[in-house]
Design a protein around this ligand. Sequence first.
Ligand SMILES: NC(=O)c1ccc[n+]([C@@H]2O[C@H](COP(=O)([O-])OP(=O)(O)OC[C@H]3O[C@@H](n4cnc5c(N)ncnc54)[C@H](OP(=O)(O)O)[C@@H]3O)[C@@H](O)[C@H]2O)c1
Length: 344
Amino acid sequence: MRFSREVRLRRHPRGKVEPADFRVVEVPVRDPRRGEVLVRNTFTSVDPAIRLRLAKTGQSGYFPPFALDAALDGIMTVGEVVESRADGFAPGDAVWHALGWRDYAVVEAGAPALNGLGTLTRLDTALAPPQAFLGPLGGMGLTAYAGLFLVADLRPGDVVWVSAAAGATGCLAAQFAKLRGNRVIGSAGSGEKVAWLLDELGLDAAFDYKRGLVAELLRAAAPDGIDVYFDNVAGHHLEAALGALRRRGRVALCGAVSEYQRSAPAHGPGNLFQAVANDLTLRGFRGSSYVDHMAEMQREVGRWLGDGRLRYRETIVDGLERAPEALMSMLGGGTIGKTLVRIA
Ligand SMILES: NC(=O)c1ccc[n+]([C@@H]2O[C@H](COP(=O)([O-])OP(=O)(O)OC[C@H]3O[C@@H](n4cnc5c(N)ncnc54)[C@H](OP(=O)(O)O)[C@@H]3O)[C@@H](O)[C@H]2O)c1
């Protein structure tokens, strides 16, 4: 009999996540049935959206909240097939699926998960190691790619601002725009992150949003304004963008991480009329709604990774039991690039 540890939600966090909100239990693993595979998970994803799903009440239209005292279904993970009773999968295959935050998972081939993003898929590890498929070659890459090119409709000459630019999605969106020849400004929450954006990723300007008023810091970095804002943060950041966007500017509303841990109502933009005054477009989107573009994104991003033009970084936390700690650290700005938990 095989056993698997899994992280469960003990109670709904109030405000900031704490390790005591979770517990790790050991459960027996059943054998795969026809059409299923048994996967030993190796790396599992740590995403801000997990925080939204720890709440008692879900966000209307979004993935449902996690159940208390049950495995957390719907978190991306990569692993190795141990046993297969499904066509197209063999022991040793590297795969991704959506039953993360546990050692082993029995996964049904072809069963849709996370809007199609988390459906069991074999990974082409000739392109990059499996965990890169939780970052640039997976949902993060797709979100940055779709947000910038399909939602914000990036054009030559656009000046682009990306917030949370040292994070998993932001560092990709910022570099994709640089690779297309745009002027790119990034913001992040520490001097170390700002130095990485400037020195390693080659952004044109970057600022630490904790060192003053966001609107003023943005004005200093982009005195003539911006055309595209890739919004990972919302709140004061979105308000600053509305004040800086030029005529027919576009905002890709990717996330609102400044809201996720708040117990009080979030700060909404007090200058929304700027959208009217300047013919702006604000468009929310989910990366998973663009899953049809995954192969196209992987081809282009795989090329950029292969020839060294795209850089990415991972913050790896060792040990499944430390997944809640990794989530806390990431939400608090303590990680750079894609945050992962190494299970095995
Ligand atoms: N639409 C989609 O399909 C989709 C898919 C993936 C992610 N997202 C969204 O994209 C955003 C980034 O996600 P990610 O996975 O790439 O995570 P990430 O950027 O790697 O990690 C989140 C980062 O947010 C920053 N942050 C936390 N609180 C903040 C605050 N109050 N103000 C400003 N920055 C804050 C922190 O960095 P600092 O040190 O810079 O503060 C932290 O590292 C999130 O809003 C997420 O929900 C959306």
